[in-house]
Design a protein around this ligand. Structure first.
Ligand code: A2P
Length: 292
């Protein structure tokens, strides 16, 4: 679908973006190329994925003009004290002069010499102050955050040095981790929610969910499409990852039908909770139960 959402900058973000976390070298470039040829105009990557260079190659191989594409990348945790260098490195990797969205990947300023250590003298509010300096340059069209819980967003928004409201908070969103309070909080502050792992990621517990299967069957659509439309109809953009051309096509093919309010409520009521991405690998806690 070519559907878009509006950001607080006035720019539009396409409702479907290709996710590239865990897409392997040697296949991610082809996936990006296939997605753009299938009609996607939104690609999500990160320095930490180690694939920016190949993502850039895929964009160029597609022949789709750069300015037609909404491209997101993210600041790596060990780079919080060197934002200016980090964006330049990402732009160089991607082979582009700007990104549409630059996100603070995690609210965790990690010591580059010891990934188990959080900088004692550097907070994500300091990082945000540095990111704000990029606004108005020709390197980024918007800045935002990722993996921010309400508690951390409040701290960021209430700090006197914060002049820019994040355009986006990219968070894990699927029926196993629906985070309704966090999504409502984002919306109340004018922050667009973007959902990663919308299918529940690799070996998803949602892949054989009876409620989803029933709705998918009634609609005559694959369960993956039901999951993506559920997110879009609830108001967030979705970032399905695939390196399989037929799935890349299917995940974009969402026009001409919709879920009823009753079907959405049934999906909302799926009780099983799970998270794809925890915070135990980080030096600090960033999730506080229900992400809230
Ligand atoms: P693959 O990349 O091998 O095609 P998420 O977007 O939640 O992170 O989920 C990504 C996982 O879901 C990957 O393992 C991906 O496999 C798989 N996947 C992506 N699209 C579909 C689809 N339409 N149907 C089934 N599985 C899919």
């Amino acid at each position: 679908t070519a559907k878009t959402f509006k950001l607080n900058t006035g720019a539009s973000i396409p409702a479907i973006g290709l996710g590239t976390w865990q897409s392997q070298p040697g296949e991610v470039g082809k996936a990006v190329e296939a997605a753009l040829k299938a009609g996607y105009r939104h690609i999500d990557t990160a320095f930490a994925y180690g694939n920016e260079k190949e993502v850039g190659e895929g964009i160029r191989a597609s022949g789709v003009p750069r300015e037609e594409i909404f491209l997101t990348t993210k600041l790596n945790n060990p780079d919080h004290k060197r934002v200016a260098e980090a964006i330049d490195q990402s732009l160089k990797n991607l082979g582009t002069s700007y990104v549409d969205l630059y996100l603070m990947h995690w609210p965790s300023s990690t010591d580059p010499n010891d990934s188990k250590k959080h900088y004692p003298d550097w907070d994500f509010v300091d990082t945000w102050r540095e990111l704000q300096k990029l606004v108005g340059t020709d390197k980024v069209r918007a800045i935002g955050v990722s993996n921010f819980a309400i508690k951390n967003l409040e701290r960021l928004l209430n700090d006197p040095s914060s002049k820019v409201v994040p355009a986006v908070n990219q968070i894990e969103l699927h029926p196993g981790n629906p985070s309704p309070k966090l999504v409502a909080y984002n919306t109340s502050k004018g922050i667009h929610s973007s959902g990663y792992s919308p299918l529940g990621s690799t070996d998803s517990p949602l892949s054989n969910n009876a409620t989803l299967e029933k709705i998918a069957k009634a609609k005559g659509k694959p369960p993956a499409q039901v999951l993506l439309l559920w997110g879009i109809q609830k108001g967030w953009s979705v970032l399905p990852k695939s390196v399989t051309p037929s799935r890349i096509d299917a995940n974009f093919d969402l026009d001409g039908w919709s879920l009823t309010d009753e079907e959405i409520s049934k999906i909302d009521a799926i009780p099983d909770r799970f998270k794809v991405c925890g915070d135990s690998w980080l030096p600090i806690k960033v999730f506080f139960g229900d992400d809230e």
